[in-house]
Design a protein around this ligand. Structure first.
Ligand code: ATP
Length: 638
């Protein structure tokens, strides 16, 4: 949403309205285990700090969100754990606002697939009450770097990030949600701020990091015709916001604009970025409980996944799901085996006694009945597994449709203020987006109907399975009256064996599934490495081209690295990867010539061009007589 400073309408109640429209929903989501971010964006003096922090009379989003959070969790059992950290990014340095004496802190990325940013040494304080948390917030705000400029008497010279982590642990489930609230420093023009010296340097840092943020927003939103490569590394701000912008997070950007004519350019910029940001679609994780004994966390990937990982995550999810199902089935079978074994161990009447009571049911028939019941149980278990799998896919698909709908709502500035009714289908779709949303709604109703049908099918299958189990137990209980103890023992042993074989079969299925998934994963990974390798080659080749053109002298260690790289390339040129895929990325590389060391060590080996060929000798007097090793693919000059 975009807020406007200087409107003629009264301010009273506006802060609450802004909070309701942007952040109240996020707090609810965080309690459900989502991650969420709200950040204020806009030119200096446009009112970002006012929105995020506010005043005592009119508290901002940070205060309201914390208040809301504590009100929601009050008296909950088991109690939630709330932790708070607060940092500022000043001149590309991170300072702990809750422990400023700690000096500048380092920003790292964890090794997980999301490469989540972590600030080492950042204080995280556990707060148990709203007053405690407000005390911390106040303490942090006092530490923020604020200076007067010509544009704003209380201009924030840093970006401030408040992070609240809420964890609720139940018996076998831990649910953690994180809310990031960010007050960005404002973009500024020196002519407006009239900044000099230190202020000017601050302004340059602020602008540079906001520019990096703008570039990331552009890349993520798909604006422009360039590649969709997203460069987070240009500033610490974008590295910090990496997950908020592209990961598993619900994110709200509040654009701030001023109606003054002097701010026309900034206003336009803010609106452009806000509009682009609204096109970014994140992947949102959610917790879903499918059956009381089976809980799993998975990622619902929406239509706008930025990194093409949605299929990988979906596969991961499906495999995990099936493996869990197999494990459940094996543990059921093992339970049965245990029960049958204990029955086998209990004392039985002697053969003579039993023979006297023996009824007319032939042993063969009894055995067949027991085995048939067992087979029926296995069939029902498998059916149950299929139903659960289908329900899971329906859940994922429903989430995808929900994403399409909320994306549409967000674009209509209705984020978290969901309409009470679905779009009017009779009015017809006005444009492509609306027709997509109508489709999403109708898809969703179909999914809901399917879910209902499958839930009913699941209950009836469960009932059948229970009846079948009771029948099997009844047959087993009848055994002593029907058979002599030796025959009964033999029968029980047979049943145990059948159960064991079935458990082994299920375990084998599970192993095969995991193995084939692992092979697929490795093949995907190799393909990704190849893509990365091609990019790296391209980058190095272009850089070498610049170095060569500028006759830049290279340090020895870099030359050594080039040689190492060459050897690596040479080794891989003649091999295939473990999945049997040839390293086609290197097919274009020429073979390495013997005796390639150059007397002019400072100079780079010449790059191959379309007009020259490998091994053709010197191009100028400084080039060694034997051609140096060519490390990289030839440059195709345009
Ligand atoms: N909605 C509002 N109601 C009343 N005063 C406001 C409002 N918005 C902004 N102001 C006032 O305008 C001035 C500038 O606002 P603020 O400091 O929040 O801007 P900013 O965007 O954070 O600027 P900077 O990027 O320089 O930190 C402050 O004195 C603030 O109190």
């Amino acid at each position: 949403m975009v807020t406007q400073q200087g409107s003629a309408r009264p301010w009273r109640g506006r802060a609450e309205q802004v909070y309701d429209l942007t952040t109240r929903g996020l707090v609810r989501d965080v309690l459900l285990g989502f991650n969420a971010t709200v950040f204020a964006y806009g030119a200096t003096g446009a009112g970002k700090t006012h929105t995020m922090v506010g005043t005592a009379a009119e508290p901002g989003i940070m205060v309201r969100a914390l208040n809301d959070l504590f009100t929601s969790i009050a008296g909950n059992e088991p109690p939630h754990q709330v932790k708070l950290s607060y940092l500022e990014l000043y001149n590309e340095n991170i300072r702990d606002l809750l422990n400023p004496s700690a000096g500048f802190l380092e920003l790292r990325e964890d090794s997980g697939p999301l490469r989540s940013p972590t600030v080492s040494g950042l204080t995280e304080i556990e707060a148990t009450s709203i007053s405690e948390v407000m005390g911390l917030l106040l303490r942090g705000n006092k530490e923020r770097t604020v200076e007067p400029t010509a544009a704003n008497r209380t201009s924030s010279r840093s970006h401030a990030l408040l992070s609240v982590t809420v964890t609720q642990s139940e018996a076998d489930e831990k649910r953690t949600g994180r809310l990031y609230m960010l007050d960005l420093a404002g973009s500024e023009r020196a002519s407006v701020t009239k900044n000099r010296g230190k202020r000017l340097v601050e302004g340059a840092h602020i602008n540079r990091s906001l520019l990096a943020l703008g570039n990331v927003i552009n890349a993520l939103s798909g604006a422009g015709s360039g590649s969709r490569y997203v460069n987070y590394r240009d500033s610490k701000l974008t590295r910090l916001l990496r997950n908020a912008l592209s990961g598993n997070c619900r994110t709200v950007m509040i654009g701030h604009v001023s109606p003054a004519a002097a701010h026309r350019d900034e206003t336009r910029n803010t609106l452009v970025y806000a509009s682009r940001a609204s096109r970014i679609s994140n992947k949102v994780g959610f917790l879903k409980i499918v059956s009381p004994n089976l809980q799993f966390r998975f990622q619902a990937c929406n239509c706008g996944d930025n990194f093409g990982n949605s299929q990988v995550e979906k596969n991961e999810l499906e495999v995990n799901w099936q493996v869990t199902q197999y494990r459940d089935m094996i543990s059921d079978l093992r339970g049965e085996i245990g029960r049958l074994k204990s029955k086998l161990d209990t004392e039985r009447p002697s053969s003579a006694d039993v023979r006297a009571r023996a009824s007319g049911t032939p042993v063969k028939q009894l055995r067949e009945q027991i085995i048939a019941t067992f087979r029926e149980q296995m069939k029902l278990r498998r059916r149950l597994m299929d139903i659960d799998g289908h329900l899971m896919s329906l859940g994922v698909e429903a989430e995808r449709q929900h994403q399409i709908i909320s994306h549409w709502e967000a674009r209509k500035s209705k984020l978290y203020n969901r309409p009470t009714s679905r779009p009017n289908t009779s009015a017809g779709a006005e444009n492509g987006t609306e027709s997509t949303v109508h489709e999403a709604w109708s898809e969703l109703s179909y999914i809901e109907r399917e879910q209902e049908r499958y839930v009913a099918l699941r209950s009836s299958t469960l009932r059948e399975l229970e009846e079948c189990r009771e029948k099997a137990i009844g047959l087993e209980n009848d055994l002593p009256e029907q058979l002599d103890s030796d025959t009964e023992r033999e029968m029980l042993s047979l049943l145990i064996r059948v159960h064991e074989l079935e458990a082994d079969k299920v375990a084998l299925h599970g192993e095969r599934l995991v193995e084939s998934h692992e092979l697929r994963r490795r093949a995907d990974m190799l393909q990704r490495f190849h893509r990365q390798q091609r990019l790296t080659d391209e980058i190095i080749t272009r850089q070498r081209h610049i170095i060569e053109e500028g006759k830049i002298q290279l340090p020895m260690d870099l030359l050594e690295l080039y040689t190492l790289y060459q050897q690596e390339i040479h080794a891989t040129t003649f091999s295939t990867d473990t999945a049997g895929i040839p390293y086609s990325a290197y097919d274009t590389l020429p073979p390495i010539k013997e005796g390639s060391s150059s007397s002019n060590d400072w100079e780079l080996p010449r790059l191959q061009t379309a007009s020259s060929s490998y091994g053709q000798g010197a191009r100028n007097s400084r080039t060694p007589p034997t051609p140096p090793p060519v490390l990289f693919p030839p440059i195709h000059r345009t």
